[in-house]
Design a binder for this molecule. Structure first.
Ligand code: FES
Length: 198
């Protein structure tokens, strides 16, 4: 046991100083990481990826984001909505039911036109002349017989199902575009970067 008197004031100072240095170290590491996923408005306009927390979207709800100056629709589909995509009576009336046209990245070339069946991510830009289709939740029957949910373009009446697949007999020639996207965690969607590139 030492007889040197303990300087409690100095010890407290050293403890505080060490904590502050430690804290700066963490902040110094964390800030560039956060910044890399929160690009400036200018960077976003130029095409930087956009990160979305999809965990907060309720089932059946659609939110809008913006990427490269274009609206992006993100719909969290219910089981009933997913079942509607498989109705033979509906797919028989679609122009490109198997998404043969390259309107989506390869990992979204499936009936759901998405990575996760629950979430559909697509540009809200009608493939006729670029109007924004409306999200028709439980009201699509007004435009397509036998279908509860989909998208309707008010400009010239084009209709799409909830995977963005266009119906026959409308002005729009193609399915809605699915942009490159990926998931960087269970609930975090990244628009603008392809699955496998993150
Ligand atoms: S722009 Fe959508 S139908 Fe013409």
């Amino acid at each position: 046991m030492s007889n040197v008197p303990v300087d409690n004031g100095r010890r407290r100072f050293l403890t505080v100083a060490t904590s502050v240095v430690g804290g700066v170290g963490v902040v110094g590491w964390a800030v560039p990481f956060i910044r890399s996923w929160n690009p400036s408005e200018r960077a976003k306009a130029a095409g930087a990826p956009v990160e979305i927390n999809v965990g907060k979207i309720e089932k059946g709800q659609m939110i809008r984001a913006e990427w490269r100056g274009k609206p992006v629709y993100i719909v969290r589909r219910t089981e009933k909505m997913l079942a509607e995509l498989k109705l033979p009576d509906i797919s028989d009336r679609l122009r490109d039911p198997n998404s043969e046209e390259p309107q989506q990245p390869p990992y979204a070339k499936n009936i759901n036109r998405s990575i996760k069946p629950e979430f559909w991510v697509g540009l809200g830009v009608c493939t006729h002349l670029g109007c924004a289709p409306t999200y028709e939740k439980d009201t699509m029957e007004e435009h397509v017989k036998g279908l509860d949910n989909g998208f309707f373009c008010p400009c010239h009446g084009s209709t799409y199902d909830l995977s963005g697949r266009v119906f026959q007999g409308v002005p729009a020639p193609l399915n809605l575009v699915v942009p490159d996207h990926s998931y960087i965690s269970e609930d975090t969607l990244l628009i603008g970067v392809s699955q496998g590139e993150v």
